[in-house]
Design a protein around this ligand. Structure first.
Ligand SMILES: Cc1cc2nc3c(=O)[nH]c(=O)nc-3n(C[C@H](O)[C@H](O)[C@H](O)COP(=O)(O)O)c2cc1C
Ligand code: SF4
Length: 523
């Protein structure tokens, strides 16, 4: 049997030289007169081992990594086509502890298959959910999604089934499914990994959403910073059309559904659903006041399902295995699995999908191996730039929407950014305001003005000008932004600020100006 070599084409692997490794392997095969098939797979999400090259052998898929082009000759000399030992030998991929501890439901195929092969997709249980959906009544599909307990993975954790039911029942000759793939949160990359590593699962999830709600057209909205995801998704949509997965008769049924990619310029606020709809309509990405909610009046004023990539990519499995199967994972009202993204100063960063309920302690230390710098962990920020900072004393919090809310935090898109003890939490608080000021759409005053004033107040604390008074002012400002902002960009910016102030008060105080001002302002 011809050996098969898997070399990831995911952006994280490309960034550390996967293409160069692929061409070194091709050249070595040619130079040695060897015959092997090269498959460019997605990433398995063990980022510190990328590029992680795998070889399919008689005893499973054996992994090597991180591989540099200069390692390739040595790998061939050692006999890596037969899965032989070598200093980069990692063992059988699926037995790697980082992978073995996961429950991969949404990411089951990512890194395993050729992302653009429909036969691979079918072989690994793809399209079964859609095959079921085309035979079901829309109301029954929605009920199944509701029963699964799936909540939106984009940030707010809103029950997906309830949203779909609103769209299904809304009157409208035309309805849409919009996939939010803007993925602007710091430390997040799961949406991109799905689009690059298993695009058909997203297409399948969107087609099911269309059938369930009566929508016949879908859009995936992403950012121009994701060129590989855009390319792969566009190619996958073309293939899905050719294969009859999309088009006037989805899988030969009476249901029509088609979709397109749309690329935004990369403004954080364009991830907010109403701002995204404006951007999709060709307008400025400014937040719309709600009501009306997009489920009733969304894209071009029509009923619209807006869901995150991960929410939609979880749907095919639910339709295949049933609501109960999915709901059996998780804790409390957080059902199923969450693809958690470990980033920042962490030794073993990457994608870790697991059932809700795991603690930050397990994630940061047991799985992530602590910091990459080797220094003690000081804080983690969970949920993107609007998420709270947690000190190590809070690392026993389980990954669960309600537990995070009770601790004044949010799960958001499940990105965790780790900081060691060299981080200055007052600078991080200032950064939250700076970020909000830069990304604000400008529609409401608490956010537009408050973010700028917040950075100024922190500068005054740093300058030692009436510190107690300024801290009280900061508290007041945070309350105003939290309660008075039109959307969560202004409304949640107080989370990182207040959590930094609450948990690390020792960092808030006078210090030399050069340490607090941004570089350009200090010049
Ligand atoms: C400032 C801001 C940025 C957001 N960015 C994203 C994003 O990049 N991706 C996303 O799915 N949701 C984002 N959201 C949440 C969306 O508004 C919306 O709740 C989500 O797309 C709904 O999908 P879900 O129910 O599947 O989570 C953002 C919200 C705000 C306020
Ligand atoms: S909170 Fe900020 S981003 Fe949201 S509507 Fe107001 S100005 Fe725009």
């Amino acid at each position: 049997m011809k050996p098969v070599i898997f070399i990831p084409c995911d952006a994280a692997a490309l960034a550390v030289g996967a293409d160069k490794v692929a061409s070194a392997i091709s050249q070595t095969l040619a130079a040695r007169g060897l015959d092997a098939q090269i498959v460019r797979n997605g990433s398995r999400g063990l980022h510190w081992l990328e590029p992680m090259v795998e070889v399919r052998t008689g005893h499973g898929r054996v992994a090597y990594g991180p591989v540099k082009p200069s390692d390739v000759e040595g790998l061939f000399d050692a006999g890596f086509l037969e899965g032989a030992d070598h200093p980069l030998f990692l063992g059988e991929a699926r037995e790697l502890p980082f992978l073995k501890r996961q429950t991969r439901l949404t990411f089951a195929r990512c890194g395993v298959t050729d992302p653009l092969s429909v036969s691979d997709y079918r072989h690994y249980k793809g399209l079964r959910g859609l095959e079921n959906a085309v035979t079901m009544q829309p109301g029954d599909i929605v009920q199944m999604v509701t029963d699964s307990g799936l909540r939106g993975r984009g940030g707010a954790g809103f029950p997906t089934g309830i949203k779909w039911d609103t769209v299904r029942k809304a009157p409208g000759a035309r309805k849409y499914v919009v996939c939010n793939a803007d993925e602007g949160d710091s430390g997040t990359f799961a949406d991109r990994m799905i689009m690059e590593g298993d695009p058909f699962v997203l297409i399948e999830g969107m087609a099911i959403a269309g059938i369930a709600t009566g929508a016949t057209k879908g859009y995936i909205y992403t950012r121009s910073e994701y060129p590989h995801a855009i390319q792969t998704m566009r190619a996958a949509i073309e293939i899905a059309r050719r294969e009859g997965i999309l088009g006037p008769a989805v899988l030969g049924s009476e249901h029509a559904f088609d979709m397109e990619m749309r690329v935004g310029a990369g403004a954080y606020v364009c991830g907010e659903e109403t701002s995204m709809l404006n951007s999709l309509e060709g307008k400025r990405g400014v937040v719309r006041a709600k009501p009306p909610v997009p489920a009733l009046e969304g894209l071009f004023g029509c009923p619209t399902v807006v869901n995150n990539v991960l929410s939609l990519a979880s749907i095919p499995l639910i339709l295949d295995r049933g609501a109960e199967y999915y709901r059996d994972f998780g804790v409390g009202k957080s059902r199923g699995t969450m693809p958690i993204q470990l980033a920042g100063n962490i030794k073993h960063g990457g994608l870790f999908e697991t059932a809700f309920g795991i603690t930050l302690n397990e994630l940061i230390y047991d799985i992530g191996g602590g910091t990459a710098s080797g220094r003690p962990v000081k804080a983690v920020q969970v949920g993107g730039p609007l998420g709270a900072y947690f000190p190590t004393s809070h690392f026993d919090i389980p990954f669960d929407y309600e537990a995070f809310t009770a601790n004044n935090g949010l799960i958001g898109h499940a990105g965790i950014v780790v900081f060691d003890d060299t981080v200055d939490m007052m600078k991080q608080a200032r950064f939250a305001f700076e970020f909000c000021a830069l990304e604000s759409c400008g529609k409401c005053t608490p956010c537009r003005i408050g973010a700028v004033r917040g950075a100024e107040v922190i500068d005054k604390i740093a300058a030692g000008a009436g510190v107690a008074e300024q801290k009280a002012l900061l508290d007041d400002l945070c309350n105003t932004m939290r309660l008075g902002s039109l959307c969560a960009l202004g409304g949640f910016t107080p989370y990182p600020v207040s959590s930094a102030l609450t948990h690390f008060p020792e960092d808030f105080g006078p210090r030399p100006q050069s340490q607090t001002q941004p570089a350009e302002a200090a010049e």
